[in-house]
Ligand binder design. Structure first.
Ligand code: UDP
Length: 242
C-alpha cells in the first residue's frame, strides 16, 4: 500500500523523500521535481522530473539486477514511488568515468571530451558539509567509512553497471561520459542503492555532443524538463503521457 502520510516521512533529501513502508526491511522512495546543483546552492522545480527519473531508475535498476548486480530496488508502486530494500548507505560515492568531464577536467586543468583508455573509478566521501571530498580506498578503509571487501564489491559492481549502461546508451547513439553510484548494506551484503538517472550521469549525444543530463540545468544550457522528456522518449520509445 502506498502511504505517504507525513508521519511516515523518515528522510528528505534534495531530489527524493524516504517514507517508512509496512515491512520494516523496506522503504518507499518518492521522487520529487526539485533539482539542485552545486550542493544545493542552485535550485529549481523541473516539471515531471520526479516521474521521469523514477521510471528511468526503475528501468535501469531492473536491468542491473538481471546483469547480476544486487540492488535495493524492489518495484515501482506509484508514478513517482518505488519500494526498495532498506539499506544502510555506505558513505562513499563511486564515480565511473569513460570520458574526461566535470570535476576531473577542472581538477587537472584538462579540456572536457578526451576519451579514457579504460574506465576510471573515483571515490568521494559523502558529506554535504564538506562538499563530497575525494578520498582513496585506503583512506575510506582507515577512516572506517567502508570495509576493503565492500569497496572491492562496489568496484566490481560499478564496472558491470558501466558495461551495461554503455551498451544500452551506445545503442541509442548516446555516449555515457560518467556517472555516480551509491551502495548500501543489506543483511551483510553490498547492494546498489540510490538511483541511476540523468541527474547523476553525463550523457552526450554522439555526433552533436548535445547534453542529455543535469548539466543542462547546472550550466544553463536549456530547459531541463524538455531534455528529460527527450531522454524518456528515447529510452521508452514513446513520449511521456500528458
Ligand atoms: N555526481 C552526482 N552527485 C555528486 C557529484 C557528482 O551525481 O554529488 C555525478 C555527476 O552528475 C556526473 C558524475 O557524477 O555524472 C561525475 O561528476 P563530477 O565529479 O565531474 O562532478 P560535477 O562536475 O558534477 O560537480
Amino acid at each position: 500500500m502506498l502511504d505517504l502520510t507525513p508521519d511516515r516521512l523518515v528522510y528528505e533529501g534534495k531530489a527524493k523523500q524516504v517514507y517508512r513502508a509496512d515491512n520494516a526491511d523496506e522503504i518507499v522512495i518518492h521522487y520529487k521535481d526539485d533539482a539542485t546543483a552545486f550542493n544545493g546552492v542552485k535550485k529549481a522545480q523541473i516539471a515531471d522530473k520526479g516521474v521521469i527519473n523514477c521510471k528511468l531508475s526503475a528501468f535501469f535498476m531492473e536491468r542491473m539486477g538481471a546483469a547480476g548486480v544486487p540492488t535495493a530496488f524492489l518495484r515501482q508502486i506509484g508514478p513517482r514511488d518505488q519500494l526498495c530494500r532498506k539499506v544502510e548507505i555506505i558513505p562513499v560515492e563511486l564515480v565511473v568515468r569513460n570520458v574526461v568531464a566535470g570535476s576531473l577536467a577542472k581538477r587537472l586543468g584538462q579540456p572536457e571530451g578526451a576519451k579514457l583508455a579504460r574506465p576510471l573509478l573515483e571515490h568521494f566521501y559523502k558529506s554535504d558539509e564538506l562538499n563530497d571530498p575525494q578520498i582513496n580506498e585506503e583512506g575510506a578503509v582507515l577512516m572506517g567509512y567502508a570495509k576493503a571487501w565492500e569497496l572491492a564489491a562496489m568496484r566490481e559492481y560499478s564496472l558491470i553497471v558501466n558495461e551495461q549502461l554503455q551498451a544500452f546508451w551506445g545503442g541509442l547513439g548516446v555516449d555515457l561520459v560518467d556517472f555516480k553510484l551509491e551502495f548500501g548494506r543489506f543483511h551483510g551484503q553490498v547492494v546498489l542503492a540510490d538511483e541511476i538517472t540523468p541527474d547523476g550521469s553525463r550523457l552526450w549525444e554522439r555526433g552533436t555532443g548535445r547534453k542529455l543530463d543535469k548539466d543542462v540545468f547546472r550550466r544553463d544550457l536549456g530547459d531541463l524538463s524538455d531534455t528529460y522528456r527527450e531522454v524518456y522518449r528515447r529510452v521508452f520509445g514513446e513520449s511521456l503521457p500528458g
